[in-house]
Write a protein that binds this ligand. Structure first.
Ligand code: ZN
Length: 60
């Protein structure tokens, strides 16, 4: 299990799902962490992996 390096939120539990897209690899899920960083994860069957992670948002 991996955790957000910015706030320690577990990657297995997306704080907020922004959008989902179906791709040839499976499903790409954009989610926002509790610290405001955007994550891109690929859901492939039962397996989820974070493929990209943004920085915490300074302001919204
Ligand atoms: Zn975070």
């Amino acid at each position: 299990m991996t955790y957000c390096p910015h706030c320690g939120w577990p990657d297995a539990q997306p704080f907020q799902v922004v959008s989902r897209h179906r791709t040839t690899e499976g499903q790409t899920v954009w989610s926002r962490c509790s610290c405001g960083s955007l994550q891109v994860r690929v859901v492939d069957g039962a397996c989820t992996r974070v493929v990209a992670r943004g920085r915490p948002a300074a302001m919204f």
